[in-house]
Ligand binder design. Sequence first.
Ligand SMILES: [Cu+2]
Length: 227
Amino acid sequence: MVRPFLRREHDPRGCVALRSPRTQKGCDRMARNVVFRSRLLPGVLAFGAFAAFAGLIAGCGALTTTSTATPAPSAATQTAAKTVHVNLSVLNGNWPQFTPTDFTVSKGETVVLTITSFDPGTSTLPANFAKVSGTVGGTEMINGTAVSQITPNLGAHTLTIPALGLNVVVPAVAVGQKSVTVQATFQVTKSGSFVWQCMAPCGTGPSGWSGPMAEKGYMSGTMTVLN
Ligand SMILES: [Cu+2]
C-alpha cells in the first residue's frame, strides 16, 4: 500500500533518476516521512474516532447524572422546618405576669404560640379585643376547643401586636380549674421588632392600666422576628 503511493509522488519527479548521494539521502528521508505519515494517519484517525466516541459516552453519562442528582425536597420536610413553638405562662402573683415576655422567631415561620395561664382574675375586655385576629383561620384553641371570640367579661389578658393585627385572647381560669391553655397559630411574614401588649385592664389603679400594665416585664414584651 505504501509503495505505489511513494512511487507516484516521488519517482516521476526524479528522486530515483537523480541519484547523487545527497539527493538519494533526501529521497530516502522523504520516503521515510511519507511512510511514517501513512502509518501514523490511520492511527490518528482511529484515536480521534475513539476519543469522539468516548466523549459521546461521557456526555451521555453526564446528562443522565445531571437529570437525577437534584431531587426536590419533600413538602413534609419544608413544613417541618418552618414551624416553631413558643410557650408562655401567665403567673398569678401579686401582679399577673407573662413569662417570658420577650421571644424570638424567624421570618417565614409558622408560630404555634401556647399560653398557659394560672390567673383566675377576670378583666373585662374591650369588645374588639375579645375577638381573635391575625391567626390561621381567625381562631385559637382554648382547652382544645377552637373559638373566634370569648365573652368579654370572662377575659383576663390578651397578647396583642397591633402592627401585625394579631390578637390572642386569654380567658380567666374557670372556677374549679388550675389553669387554662390557649394555643394560637400564626405566620410571621415580616422581620423586625414587634411590641406586644395586653389590652385587658388587668392592672392596678382606677382604670386598671397601672402597676403590671405600666411596667415592663409583666403585660408587654417584644417579639423579635429574624430575617
Ligand atoms: Cu393583662
